[in-house]
Structure formats: C-alpha cells, structure tokens
Design a protein around this ligand. Structure first.
Ligand code: IVH
Length: 698
C-alpha cells in the first residue's frame, strides 16, 4: 500500500500541513490532509504503529473539517470527515449478499484435522495441497461491497442470505477504508468478508466506564461488537472503538478489458494484496503449510498464546490456498469443503445454579451473585458468577436449580450466558430479591430509571468499608500498603470509622494487635502522609461520588480553585462542564449539599489534606487576574493549549464550562451549545480569535 518512500513523504507532508498558515490552493490542501489522515488511520488501525501524536492528528482533522465547512463544494464522499453519518433510520433495511455467507465446519483435535485433510486430498484429487492457516476472530461477521474502489455497502451476516444494511455504522470503523485503489487494479466490484472485533483493552475500558455509570457491563467482546453494529446512533458507534479484520474475498467483477491480478490465484496472495491496498487483513498472521502435521503442530502452539493477542480468537481457520482447488472442491449448503475451523478448548462449561447471594457495594448497589457448582473453564475453577442486577436475572429468566451455561473469555470475568431451560425438571425456584439490605436491614430503594436496588443508609457498614477501600486505591489517593484486608480489619476493630479517620489512626492500638512490623507501620504512615498532597482530581475520584469516574473527576477538579466552590454550584452550572450531563450533575450537587459530606471535607482539611486545585492556586498575578476564559469551536489562528497558557500567564483562569463565573468566551468556527448558553446568560463577553489576540496584546 505505502512504500517506504511514500511513508517518508506522507510524514513530511503531515508536518508541512500542520505548520501551514495560509491555505491558498484549497483543493490541494484538502487532498493533502485527507491523504495524511488516511495514512495515519492505516498506521494506527491496520498496522498498530501510530505515526502522528494524537494532538497532531486532531489538529489535522479539525483543519480538514474547518476548511470543508468553509468550502463545501470540495467535500468528497470518501473524506475522513464523512465517516460521521447523519444517522440511521429506525430499522436497518435488509439486503441480499452477493454470495451467501456460509459458516465453517469445526474440528477439535488432531484426528479431526487428519480426517479433513484426507477428504480434501480426495476431493482435490492431488497430494500437492497447500494450506493457509489464520486466526479465527471472535467477533461479528460482516460483508463489504466496494464499487470502483469506494465502500458502498456494509452488511451484517443475518441469516447468511440476507443481512442488515449497517453501512453508516461500518463507516465509523477507521480500520475499514472508505476508498481504495481497486479500480486501478482492474476491479469494478468486490465483496469482502471479515469480522468486526473489539480490542480486549478497549472492551475492558468500556465496561469500567459502564460500571462507573451504574450500568451493567457487556458480557464479552463478541457481544459488544455485534451489539454495537446495530446501534442506531453512528456517533455512539464511533466512540466504541471497533476494529475490523477482513479474511475472505467472496466475489469480484473485473472492469471491462482488465486482466485478473495474479495475486488473486491464492487465498494467501489475495489477502496480502488486499493488505497492500490498505485493507486490514491477517497478512502478518497467516502461515502456509504443506503437511497437515505441521498445521496440527502450529494449532497446538498457537493455542498456548491465545491470550497474548489483542483480540479474542476462538480458534484457527485452515483454508486450501489455491482458488482453483477451492472451486474444484466446492461447498455444502452449510460450509465450504475447502476450509475448516480448528476450535480451541471451550471457555464455556455447564453447572448448576444453587443459590444467589446479594452483595452490597460502595454505592449501596445490591449485586446478585450466583453460587454454582464448581466448574473448570479455561484452567480456572468457577464457583461464583456476578449476575449484575435484577434486570439481567429477569431477562435471562434464571431460576434456582437451573443448569446454566457459563462462559469465561480470556481475562474477562465469568458470566452466565443462559439457563438450559430444556433441562428443567419443574422444581426450579424463582430468584427472590430482598426488600431489605442484607447487611444493615434498611429498606432497599430503586430509582425508576436504574437497574440496581440500593441501600441508601450511608452508614451501612459494608458501604463504609468499601468507600474506604476505594479512597485508598491506586487510582484514587494511592495509599499503598493500607490494602483492602487491613482496612476491613481496622474497620471491624473500630480503628477506622470513616474517610477522615484514616488520618488519625491510633497506631499504638495497631502495634498492640501484633502482626504489624515497625517497618510496615512506617511505610503505611508515610503513604498516608504523602496522600495529603495528592492533586484534587484524585481526591474527587476517591470520595466515591456516584457516576464520577476518573475522567469526570479530572473535569470537576480543573473547573474550580477549591473543592468548596462546589457548595454553590447548581445542577445547571455543573451541566455546562464537558461531558457532565444531568445524571452526573444531580449526583455531584447532591453530594456537596449534604452536611455530613461538608463536615467530612472540613475534617480532611484540618488533617492537612489538599482540597485545592494547585494549578489554579499558582495562577500568576497579572493584567487578567480574576478574569475567566473558555475556548470553544475550531480555532484556526492559534492552538487552544497555547492560548490557554497565554491567559494563565497573564493571571487569568480557564473554566471548564459556561457559567455565571465566565467572563470571556472565545469562539472559533462551529461553536455550538457553549455559545448558545453564553448568549442566554447575557453576562459573558464573546470574542472571536482576532478580538482575543487584541485583548492579549493590549
Ligand atoms: S472464512 C466461506 N476466516 O467464523 C468462508 N471465517 O464459525 C467464510 N471467522 O462465519 C469464513 N475468523 O464469521 C473465515 N479467518 C477467518 C475467520 C472466520 C472468524 C468467523 C466467520 C464465520 C465463522 C464460522
């Protein structure tokens, strides 16, 4: 796809475009930026080897958007900006695949593979077969159509003959090129098959986010991928960070008079060829073998390392390499005879659901946990499986006594896929949810829009201990050595009662307990002391305010000079902050309105814990002292970070959102809701970029 020469050139082009001040020849500049962005996407998503810093990429993307808004006549359908679709209709239209999407026959051991190899040789009437082996990706299968090199349709598998047209969502996946050079290679139309996948780390981060928002996590990367493809909001699809691997050309038509590219003689050649055109194929993962014993050895070796891969794989696929041979061997109505899947050991097992326990979390949410007979899955014995919340239990129609299918994918926590209802005897019992907290017996409550029942007694012992554990955790105040077990012990003994009590632990009593060396006590004391100077965002996160994850904690900490500023903030004001919606705002406002929380902050401050945003504290005294600024929209005359630094150097402050405290809103192009809000408030001075520079200079 890109020669070394091209790469060097594109990299330099990127730098030039980033430095470019005036854009005289708009069309050339636009083409240049698009080339660079496509190249950067390919490096990032297909090669996993980024060439541009995130900020550089964003700057180019913004420039492209800005210029295209200014000169709409130059917008092209394959511009990277056009991945952002207008939206999908209520339902996805059903479309016919050019060639039915078949499944694969499965093998599970060496013997199965030897049988398959024997059949292949019989059908091919030769002993000279070559096999191509590649990973079997565990995601959602898709079928793409490229007409004259442009992506014109993306569809789900559906029933194999008809699928759902999810083109708008497919266009959000940056690994999938919107256009390629297929036409120049003599191909008028091509249908390409592949799998939509989610990186395991992207999946984990997404689930962490969901949990912090009080939502139940998605079961596994496969479900996440296929569910995301069917979301009706392409902007949301974009956020989920899907990836793709294409592994099969199912159909193609050559342009009139064009000869067939020689690479299209073999499966291996065709995927290398697609890769060279910019498609994400397993080009680097494919292996060729001439003998089935080599294939078997490779399968065994590969299985040992399945967890090292960025994606979930559930096996390997072995394909006859020559297309001429494939045609000769043909297919059944269900699967091709020239390909087979070698499935890795199941990460599923069945077990009996014996009872359900109800656990109380830090925020009081009650989590049902299924206790099952021990079952070995992927080298681990599973006896306990979270059911997340009541809705999950009801949706799956789980009952005590059910035989259940349990899955454990990679490092993902085990979960119950479904009950095997066909095995029911009739003696199964429904799962009863408690009405009172299993720990403190308070009446449980449930908000209409929430899935979880909650114990709202903030002194509920389990909640207090869990809050303490969260406060000292690595991503919060990072008080090492005061781990969960010690906290529980100290709490049970009354040495810890609430968060501020961490700073007044009676160490004499701890010494009296025995089991603590002088050295370990000193270490904990030092860690506690050090935590007093942690930045405000860590404290904000550590306080365990509902729906406030690490990112929101940063936003909140950056927007004020002292945590007490939030005592006066209204829900409306909070909503002006980046990514803070009514749900988060209500929770934050509620937290700071409670007297017990205000008292807690007083106590923390008295112990010397930092409650200030140091960055705002250290603001220079200058011409803009006491003045607040906010930048919005696409800025073209200067970089946002530079402008913010200029403001701060003159003693001004940057706010996170539009509020009554904002003095100046500096707007670039495409300024949206912030400008609206500022206008509504009527107290904010709105400046364009030139006016801002004038203010700075004089
Ligand atoms: S080839 C006609 N190759 O596995 C041949 N399939 O269990 C079509 N899959 O429906 C399939 N990785 O969704 C092929 N490297 C790979 C694959 C792969 C995953 C999926 C595909 C297929 C399913 C069958």
């Amino acid at each position: 796809m890109y020669t070394q020469e091209d790469e060097k050139h594109l990299y330099e082009q990127a730098k030039e475009l980033l430095a470019l001040q005036d854009e005289k020849n708009i069309e050339t500049v636009l083409t240049g930026i698009r080339e660079v962005i496509n190249y950067a996407d390919w490096k990032y998503y297909v090669q996993s080897n980024p060439v541009l810093a995130d900020a550089e990429y964003d700057a180019l993307f913004k420039k492209l958007k800005h210029l295209e808004t200014k000169f709409p006549e130059f917008v092209t359908n394959d511009s990277p900006t056009q991945r952002i679709a207008a939206g999908l209709s209520e339902r996805f239209p059903t479309v016919a695949h050019l060639v039915p999407m078949l499944s694969l026959d499965n093998t599970y051991n060496a013997e199965d593979l030897q049988d398959w190899d024997r059949k292949c040789r019989e059908l091919a009437e030769t002993d000279e077969l070559e096999y191509c082996v590649e990973p079997k990706y565990d995601g959602a299968s898709i079928s793409l159509i490229y007409d004259n090199g442009a992506l014109t349709r993306g569809a789900t598998r559906g029933d194999g003959v008809m699928g759902e047209d999810v083109t708008a969502n497919i266009r959000q996946i940056k690994a999938i090129p919107l256009s390629t050079n297929l036409r120049a290679r003599g191909v008028a139309q091509m249908e390409i098959r592949g799998e939509i996948v989610i990186h395991k780390n992207v999946f984990e981060a997404y689930n962490k986010q969901r949990l912090s928002e009080g939502l139940s996590p998605l079961a596994n990367p496969r479900n996440a991928a296929s569910g995301t493809l069917r979301i009706l909001d392409p902007a949301e699809v974009r956020k989920r960070g899907l990836n793709a691997i294409l592994y099969h050309i199912s159909d193609y038509t050559l342009a009139e008079g064009a000869g067939r590219p020689a690479e299209l003689d073999t499966h291996y050649g065709s995927l290398q060829w697609l890769y060279s055109l910019g498609y994400p194929t397993p080009a680097k993962e494919m292996k060729l073998f001439r003998h089935i014993d080599e294939v078997i050895a490779y399968c065994h070796e590969f299985e040992q390392h399945r967890d090292d891969l960025a994606f979930e794989v559930d096996g390997l696929v072995i394909k006859v390499n020559s297309f001429a041979m494939q045609d000769k061997m043909g297919m059944t109505s269900h699967h091709p005879r020239w390909a087979v899947a070698y499935k890795f050991k199941a990460r599923q097992g069945t077990s009996k659901l014996r009872r359900v326990e109800f656990q109380v979390g830090r925020t009081g949410a009650i989590t049902p946990v299924a206790k099952i007979d021990p079952v070995h899955i992927g080298g681990v014995t599973v006896t306990s499986v979270s059911l997340f919340n009541e809705d999950v239990v009801r949706e799956k129609d789980l009952r005590i006594g059910d035989t259940v299918l349990v899955e454990r994918a990679g490092d993902v926590i085990p979960y119950i896929v479904k009950p095997l209802s066909e095995l029911r005897s009739g003696d199964e019992e429904p799962i009863k949810f408690p009405t009172n907290c299993p720990v403190c017996d308070s009446l449980l409550e449930k908000q209409p829009e929430e899935a979880a029942w909650r114990c709202i007694n903030i002194s509920c012992p389990v909640q207090v201990a869990e809050r303490l554990i969260h406060y000292v955790s690595k991503d919060a105040m990072d008080i090492r050595n005061l781990g969960a077990a010690n906290i529980q012990k100290f709490y049970d003994l009354g040495l810890l009662t609430d968060i501020p009590s961490i700073y007044s632990i009676d160490w004499e009593k701890v010494r009296g307990l025995g089991g603590f060396g002088e050295k370990s006590i000193t270490n904990v004391q030092q860690a506690i002391e050090q935590s007093k100077t942690q930045p405000l965002n860590r404290l904000m996160f550590g306080l365990g305010i509902r729906f406030v994850g690490e990112t929101t904690a940063k936003t909140l900490a950056n927007a004020v000079a002292h945590i007490r500023d939030y005592f006066d903030w209204s829900i409306e004001q909070l909503c002006t902050l980046e990514d803070v919606g009514p749900k988060v705002a209500t929770s934050v406002a509620d937290f700071f309105s409670r007297q017990e929380n205000r008292d807690m902050l007083d106590k923390l401050e008295a112990s010397g814990v930092n409650l200030m945003n140091q960055k705002k504290e250290q603001q220079a005294e200058g011409a803009l002292s006491g003045k607040t600024f906010l930048f919005t929209g696409t800025l073209s005359q200067f970089k946002r970070a530079d402008a913010e630094a200029m403001v701060e150097a003159k003693g001004g402050a940057i706010l996170g959102g539009v509020s009554a405290k904002l003095n100046y809103l500096v707007v670039g192009t495409d300024a949206g809701s912030k400008l609206e809000k500022a206008k509504k408030l009527g107290t904010v001075n709105v400046l364009n970029e030139t006016e801002f520079l004038e203010l700075m200079n004089g």
